[in-house]
Design a protein around this ligand. Structure first.
Ligand code: ACM
Ligand code: ZN
Length: 583
């Protein structure tokens, strides 16, 4: 018999003799404990379906597709099916580019066709705060208004202002629920906070440029964080989360935690005071403290907390935290799972649907190796994010999502990609349904790229990126990341804090001309030292650090250690000298 045109493909199918008329009504039996599992029995004299409430919907959907495939004469068969992964989701970033609720509903309809059960709604980021919070109205009054901003590559004609009222959120949550999809909100802390700080600058760190916080108008990373040192900032985020938890019935709340470069925390007196009071010495540990604090609060509200795996950089988190892995340290993620923690897998190598097709195509998703932690009991499942820096409209979103999300849904349902050879044929049955939702999926040449189409896709992709907005955003991102990396290295080798700051500012442009010159005159070797530090930091990050290298670096830094006194005296002397000559 021909392959059933189903995505995800059922896990257990037995084909029997004979046929049943397709007009026969199925007898349904609800068996709540079956949850998402279902069975279908097609016999010459009747059709029987069983399942939990989600399972029955899946059975009905499967049956409808079988009727479409076989027409009048349904082959007799039995299907026993259910998902391997409890959690099978997609994430939508509505911050970089806003998406009206009517379009989100169409994506939920499409996700329901693929038996997905989670919608992770990324509601706050540098470039937009998209959720109405009644007690903090400026969040959307300022934070949801970006106007027309060119991110490069995609350049929307229209402004990108917009947010969801609480009524609209309830409507989406309900709409998803009716399709057995749970909506999980994400409110990002402490990073990706520019829109939040544009609304309420005093929530940021106590630094001279605090008031210049503005909403992000390009892609990339920004260095502004919620201040972890101020009680008011902690109270603010709890207040926001109280409204959020009242709005979303899901037992999960995602609090982000990714890409929080600690440059500003390292310089903020409030954050330093908090660290001192807590007896912790690294800013990553301060993030861990913040995560624990907020996690405890959410727990009081009856919720469980999800974080991106970057939050493990400050040390292990208790197992009641759910960690979503995207990239970075898989060992730390594995340790979390091994200690009984729960994990969601969104590895950038296989799951990122904003990536171009030559990097991730449907075939690659179906062929992905199993994550180490996927066999552990705390493994919840897979999620496929769509970040929208370069997805400005619904048309592009549809193309990025489909059919790759279908491949992801199959992977998550079955736990394997064993049916990948027939994926394309089976997916074709879904195209008219997806198109009926106004979504145009990506064409067949993107499903499993041969060398030629991959080369063309890569060339197109690289050419698109040769625009000033994109290059600028990437340069800023690299700059901030390199600076953070160098500061981490200097902390590790125990450099005095003010020396660290001066060297970092020297290397990364935080010094005005005269101070920079004073430093160069006081220490003629500083340029060379800066280069050495930079190289060492890169080697350290790449895991090529060894004790010898550390020793060489320590030796080079000795003149600036142990107190850094000599450096500051020399710079001070030089500055006085300059002032006198200038005067
Ligand atoms: C992420 O992609 N920044 C989690
Ligand atoms: Zn601070």
């Amino acid at each position: 018999m021909e392959t059933l045109r189903l995505v995800p493909y059922p896990r257990k199918i037995r084909i029997n003799e004979g046929f049943c008329s397709a007009s026969v009504q199925a007898v349904q039996t609800l068996i709540e404990p079956m949850g998402e599992e279902y069975s279908i029995k097609i016999r010459p004299d009747g059709i029987e379906i069983k399942g939990g409430s989600a399972g029955l919907r899946y059975a009905g959907l499967t049956l409808r597709l079988l009727r479409e495939q076989f027409g009048d004469k349904l082959p007799c068969l039995s299907i026993e099916d259910g998902p391997v992964m409890r959690s099978r989701g997609f994430m939508l970033d509505v911050c970089r580019h806003f998406m009206p609720t009517e379009q989100i509903k169409r994506l939920l309809d499409a996700a329901a066709l693929l038996k997905l059960n989670r919608f992770h709604w990324h509601l706050t980021d540098d470039q937009g705060w998209r959720l109405e919070i009644k007690s903090w109205p400026e969040l959307t009054r300022t934070g949801a208004v970006r106007g027309r901003s060119a991110f490069g590559i995609c350049d929307p004609e229209q402004s990108n202002d917009g947010y969801y009222t609480q009524e609209e959120v309830r409507d989406i949550v309900r709409y998803a629920q009716e399709r057995d999809i749970e909506t999980i909100p994400e409110i990002e802390i402490p990073g990706h906070a520019s829109a939040m700080l544009a609304a309420y600058p005093w929530l940021g760190c106590e630094l001279p440029d605090r008031d210049s916080a503005e909403i992000g108008r390009s892609a990339g990373i920004f260095d502004r964080l919620l201040c972890a040192g101020k009680d008011e900032s902690i109270a603010f985020i709890k207040d926001v989360l109280r409204e959020v938890t009242a709005l979303f019935p899901s037992k999960y709340v995602h609090i982000g935690g990714d890409e929080a470069l600690k440059l500003r925390w390292r310089r903020c007196p409030c954050c330093k005071r908090r660290m001192k009071a807590l007896g912790i010495t690294s800013e990553d540990a301060l993030q861990r403290w913040l995560v624990l604090e907020i996690g405890a609060y959410l727990s009081q509200l009856g919720k469980e907390t999800i974080v991106w795996n970057d939050a493990l950089e400050g040390g292990e988190l208790p197992p009641y935290f759910i960690v979503q892995f995207w990239r970075g340290n898989p060992e730390a993620a594995k340790r979390h799972a091994a200690a009984g923690g729960r994990m969601i897998d969104s590895d950038t190598a296989y799951a990122y649907l904003d990536y171009p097709f030559h990097r991730i195509d449907a075939w690659k998703i179906l062929s992905a190796p199993q994550a180490d932690y996927a066999v552990l009991p705390g493994f919840l499942g897979a999620e496929f994010p769509l970040w929208t820096e370069y997805v400005a409209d619904f048309k592009t979103a549809g193309r990025q999502l489909f059919p790759r999300l279908a491949a992801g849904a199959e992977r998550a349902w079955r736990g394997d990609g064993n049916m990948k050879d027939s994926f394309g044929d089976r997916w074709e049955a879904y195209i008219p349904k997806i198109e009926a939702l106004g979504i145009r999926p990506a064409p067949p040449e993107t499903w499993h790229m041969d060398a030629d189409s991959a080369r063309r896709d890569r060339e197109r992709f690289e050419q698109q990126r040769q625009c000033p907005e994109y290059l600028r955003a990437m340069a800023v991102k690299t700059h901030l990341h390199d600076q953070d990396r160098m500061e981490r290295l200097m902390q590790r080798i125990g450099l005095r804090e003010d020396t660290l700051r001066m060297l970092s500012d020297y290397c990364y442009g935080g010094l005005d001309g005269s101070r920079k010159k004073a430093l160069e005159l006081a220490f003629p070797g500083i340029g060379e030292l800066a280069e050495k530090l930079d190289r060492a930091a890169a080697a350290w990050e790449a895991g090529k650090w060894d004790d010898d290298e550390e020793q060489v670096l320590m030796d080079a830094l000795k003149p600036y250690c142990p107190t850094g006194e000599a450096l500051f005296t020399a710079v001070g002397r030089q500055e006085n000298e300059e002032n006198r000559t200038a005067g």
